[in-house]
Design a protein around this ligand. Structure first.
Ligand SMILES: CC(C)(COP(=O)(O)OP(=O)(O)OC[C@H]1O[C@@H](n2cnc3c(N)ncnc32)[C@H](O)[C@@H]1OP(=O)(O)O)[C@@H](O)C(=O)NCCC(=O)NCCS
Length: 149
C-alpha cells in the first residue's frame, strides 16, 4: 500500500480535525479547535499524518512534556490496515527520546487515555500497553513501559 507517514504541519490541522470528527468511538466531550491543536504543536506536541495517495487518512499527536499520546485516529474506512500501529509507533518512538525532569533522565513510561470498552482498548492491549486506572467519563488510562535492555 502506498502509505506515507510524515510530520504534520499547521496546514494539516483541518484535515486532522475532520478525521477526529469521523470517529465513532472516543468522540469528543469538548470541541477540539484549530487553535488548540496549533498551539499544542507550537509548544510541547509533535503530530504525524498518514497519507494514502496524498490523502490524509490518519494522525497521531504526542506530548513531550507529560509523555502522553494525546491523539490517535484513523479514518474508519481505513481501519485494520496497520495505519494505527504505524502512527502509534512513530509517536512512541519520539516520546521515548524525550528526557524527563531537570536531570533529563530517560523516560520510563508513557501513557494515554481512551474510552472503556472501545475497539482502541483491544488495539492498545494487543500492542503491549497495560491497563491502568479507570477515569471519569468512562475513560481508562493505559501505560507503556520502557523495555529493559
Ligand atoms: C484504534 C485505531 C487507531 C486503530 O487503528 P487501525 O489502523 O485500525 O489499527 P491497525 O490496523 O494498525 O491494528 C494494529 C494491530 O492491532 C490489532 N487490533 C486492532 N484492533 C484490535 C482490537 N480491538 N483488539 C485486538 N487487536 C486489535 C490488529 O489486528 C493489528 O494486529 P497485527 O498488527 O498484529 O496484525 C482505530 O481503530 C481508530 O481510529 N479508532 C477510532 C478512534 C479511536 O478510538 N482512537 C483512539 C483514541 S485514544
Amino acid at each position: 500500500m502506498p502509505l506515507l507517514i510524515r510530520l504534520a504541519t499547521e496546514d494539516d490541522i483541518n484535515a486532522m480535525l475532520r478525521i477526529r470528527l469521523d470517529a465513532k468511538e472516543n468522540i469528543l466531550r469538548t470541541k477540539l479547535t484549530y487553535d488548540m491543536v496549533a498551539s499544542a504543536m507550537r509548544k510541547d506536541c509533535h503530530a504525524w499524518v498518514a497519507l494514502y495517495h496524498s490523502h490524509i487518512v490518519g494522525f497521531s499527536i504526542a506530548n513531550k512534556k507529560n509523555h502522553s499520546v494525546w491523539g490517535l485516529f484513523v479514518l474508519s474506512s481505513y481501519h485494520g490496515q496497520g495505519i494505527g500501529r504505524t502512527l502509534l509507533e512513530i509517536a512512541t518512538d519520539w516520546l521515548w527520546k524525550q528526557p524527563v525532569g531537570f536531570f533529563r533522565r530517560p523516560c520510563q513510561k508513557i501513557w494515554l487515555d481512551t474510552k472503556q470498552g472501545s475497539r482502541a482498548e483491544g488495539f492498545y492491549q494487543h500492542l503491549g500497553w497495560q491497563r491502568g486506572e479507570n477515569l471519569p467519563f468512562d475513560e481508562v488510562r493505559y501505560y507503556l513501559y520502557r523495555k529493559q535492555s
